[in-house]
Design a protein around this ligand. Sequence first.
Ligand SMILES: Nc1ncnc2c1ncn2[C@@H]1O[C@H](COP(=O)(O)OP(=O)(O)OP(=O)(O)O)[C@@H](O)[C@H]1O
Ligand SMILES: [Mg+2]
Length: 206
Amino acid sequence: MRQKGFTIWFTGLPSSGKSTLARLVQQALDEVGLDVVVLDGDEIRQRLSKDLGFSKEGREENIRRIAYVAKLLTKIGGIAIVAAISPYRESRERARMEIGDFVEVFVDCPLPVCMQRDVKGLYLKANRGEIQNFTGISDPYEPPADPDIIVRTDQESPEASLKKILAKLAELRYFPRSLVKHLVNDKPDPVKVKKTGMMLGQPWSV
Ligand SMILES: Nc1ncnc2c1ncn2[C@@H]1O[C@H](COP(=O)(O)OP(=O)(O)OP(=O)(O)O)[C@@H](O)[C@H]1O
Ligand SMILES: [Mg+2]
């Protein structure tokens, strides 16, 4: 039977962790034999949207193109993972309507932490006024009102965020939980095991 297609849509500020998590989810789903494609904002801007700028219209058109490709992949039973700032709520809602099987992940990270990470050095340039229309500094970011998943990347590790995402996808029945059990279920905490041993009066297990 063909796998059920869906789109995972990561949205968040620059340096919030979208690409990092997209790659981790891709790797995890790929390992269990699912068909996954990542549509990363940076690559799309280099290829599919090279002609577009960063005005509201340019950004909306970029998202419209990404959503169209994601829809086609989803329709044939693929898994499309989108990692794009996608700052406008309305554009993301249009993508959701078009794609249908759409899981929005809000990559939530406070602006000061993103600025400190500044993975590409662009916050520095934006703050110096060397680049215009930079999301979070000189351009708006509209957080999702009701995302399917929220990951707090300033508070949790990438691995913890990955587990949360996989667990939710299984809960939404995009694949059986048993498929990703080895990634989602925590191994027993050795400290707890030792404490239990002490409680049971078995000092040799301490
Ligand atoms: N829980 C987490 N999830 C994802 N990234 C995290 C997390 N905790 C820390 N990080 C770090 O945050 C940084 C996020 O960078 P990344 O390139 O993924 O951001 P991005 O959202 O794709 O940015 P951009 O919009 O500029 O492409 C990485 O250095 C990553 O290691
Ligand atoms: Mg990125």
